[in-house]
Structure formats: C-alpha cells, structure tokens
Design a protein around this ligand. Structure first.
Ligand code: NAD
Length: 288
C-alpha cells in the first residue's frame, strides 16, 4: 500500500513539473488565435477585421526555428506592419514603468486610457512566453526552456511603435516607491519607457507629457514630483522639446488603489474627508 502511494505521488509530482515548464506557453498558437479573434469581437471599431491565422503565421515566422537570443526588431517588423498600431486615440496613450497593475486598473482596457497592452498587438501577447527551437523535427517552438536574453525585441519594437503613435496629451504612470539596487528609480533610463518610449515620442504630435506618480499603499515615499529620477525624466522630455507637468498621487488613481486597501493610512480620506479629497477630481481625467 505504502509503495502504491509513493508511486502515485511520484506520478503527480512528475506531471506538476512538466506543466510548470519555463519554456514557451503550451497551446501558444491557440491562445494567440483566441485572443486575436476575441480582441476583434470586443472592439466595435475593428471594422477591417484581420485574418488571425495569417497574423499567427507572420508572428511565428519572427522566432520559430531561430536561436532565441538572436531575434531582433527586423524579425518582428512584418507582424507589427500587419497588425497595425493605428487605433491609439488622441489624448489616450498611457505609458507605465514599475506600475503594471496600477496602469491597467486605471486604463480599464481602453475605457479611460490606452496602454500598449490594450492595443491589439499588446493584448494578443501580453504575459505570454515564447521562444524558438532550432530542432528541425519540431514546430520550431521550444516548450521546454527559454533562455533569458539581453534584449526583448517583441516588446522593444511594440514600445517604439506605440510611442511613435502617441498624440495630444500623453501620460506616464511611475512608481515613486520603486528602487532598483537600492537606488530610487521611479524613472530608469534602462527601462523600456526610458529607452524606447520617451525617446520615440513625436514632439510635433505630443502636446504635453503628464507624469503621474503613485506610491505603493503602505510603501515608502522615495521620490515625488520635482526630485530625483522624476526630475531627470522631466529634463529628458524637455531636451526633446516635450513639455511636462507632474502630479503626485492623483485622486483619480488613488481612489482606485484605495478600493483594495480602504483601511490603510493613505486611504483615510475615504472615511473622513471624501468630499474634500474629490474636489480636485472634478469630472473626467486630469489634463493639466
Ligand atoms: P518596468 O520596469 O515595470 O518593466 C516592465 C517589464 O519589462 C518587466 O517584466 C521587466 O522585468 C522588463 N524589463 C524592464 N527593463 C528591462 C530590460 N532592460 N531588459 C529586460 N527586461 C526588462 O517598465 P518598463 O521597462 O518601463 O516597461 C514598461 C513600458 O514598456 C510600458 O509603457 C509598456 O508600454 C512597455 N512594455 C510592456 C511590456 C509587457 O510585457 N506588456 C514589456 C515591456 C515593455
């Protein structure tokens, strides 16, 4: 009996191990196809329907059968040409750095604002893992292991194209509680935002960059508008001819964050001074 239980445990552990592989996601193709059709189903403006099977072919050609760390922007250009990035509406672009959860809570899948992950290309691939296998007898995708490479060309090119399309008032949401290797880093020149988004904003199309700084509820306040790396970001934007204004803990975002932590010190305005706290929100999004 004990031997039977031990064997059963071994089988269960072996199957758990094989499903938590660090390679490409299982059923990658089906997931991408499903997301592609579903994105178009949900978006009424997707009148020129894309052929999702064709998009998958173009996407997989970028990396299948290739050395995972040898793909570059040019491999993914055909995919981005085909999917397009033309849906980003004026005054709607939201960039983020160190604020994945907060930014998506705020954008609400394009309802308030549009993050890269709310566009078709970003939506289809968000949180997925994929890499090529050079094994000729496979489908060219490695489902067992994907190395961590220096570069992430899919997201690099996605970031660049998303930034090039931004127009009107654009926003970036950064985390004033973030530190990298012990140094406050709300803004990092090495981040995707610092390397590929801010440098690719088109100054003739962008009216202003609104810098929105949030702090983790219960976390440290390491940086606020006007100091440290946030000042550096303002200077980098100005050097490119882009005006900025900066806002610490804007009420419209703080209220969303406080939904999860209503009893925290930072959220006490909900109990005591909700009327005063909401005065600055007026109606609609912060635009100044
Ligand atoms: P971030 O620092 O929060 O990093 C976002 C992701 O990119 C994290 O998984 C991080 O580990 C990875 N990353 C960051 N810098 C890296 C580097 N130098 N090398 C390898 N991986 C790195 O924020 P960020 O770097 O500013 O990127 C967010 C911005 O770029 C957003 O505005 C978004 O439009 C875009 N982006 C999105 C994704 C995504 O997975 N959805 C990934 C990269 C970039």
């Amino acid at each position: 009996m004990a031997l039977k239980i031990a064997l059963w445990l071994l089988v269960v552990l072996a199957s758990l191990h094989s499903t938590s592989s660090l390679g490409s996601d299982r059923h990658l193709k089906e997931i991408v196809l499903g997301r592609c059709w579903d994105f178009q189903r949900q978006k009424v403006y997707a009148v020129n329907a894309k052929n999702c099977s064709q998009l998958w072919e173009t996407f997989s050609k970028a990396f299948a059968y290739k050395d995972p760390c040898a793909t570059n922007f040019s491999d993914y250009e055909p995919f981005f040409d085909e999917v397009g990035m033309d849906i980003v509406k004026m005054n709607k672009s939201l960039f983020w750095s160190g604020t994945y959860k907060e930014a998506h809570m705020y954008s609400d899948f394009d309802f308030r604002l549009t993050t890269l992950e709310d566009t078709m290309a970003g939506w289809m691939m968000n949180n997925l893992t994929w890499c090529g296998s050079q094994n000729k007898s496979s489908d060219g995708i490695n489902y067992t292991s994907c190395p961590s490479c220096d570069d992430w060309p899919f997201w690099g090119l996605a970031s660049k194209r998303f930034a090039e399309k931004a127009n009107g008032i654009v926003r970036v949401l950064v985390n004033g509680s973030r530190s990298i290797n012990g140094t406050p880093a709300a803004y990092s020149k090495k981040s995707f935002f610092g390397r590929l988004e801010l440098p690719n904003l088109n100054k003739s199309k962008v009216i202003k960059l609104l810098i929105l700084v949030v702090h983790n509820i219960g976390g440290p306040v390491l940086e606020v508008c006007g100091n440290g790396s946030i000042k550096e970001m303002e200077n980098d934007a100005k050097k490119r001819g882009i005006q900025t204004t900066c806002h610490d803990n804007p009420a419209e975002i703080q209220h969303l964050l406080c939904a999860d932590f209503p009893n925290s010190r930072e959220c006490q305005f909900l109990a005591s001074g909700a009327r005063n706290a909401t005065k600055s929100v007026s109606c609609g999004l912060l635009t100044y």
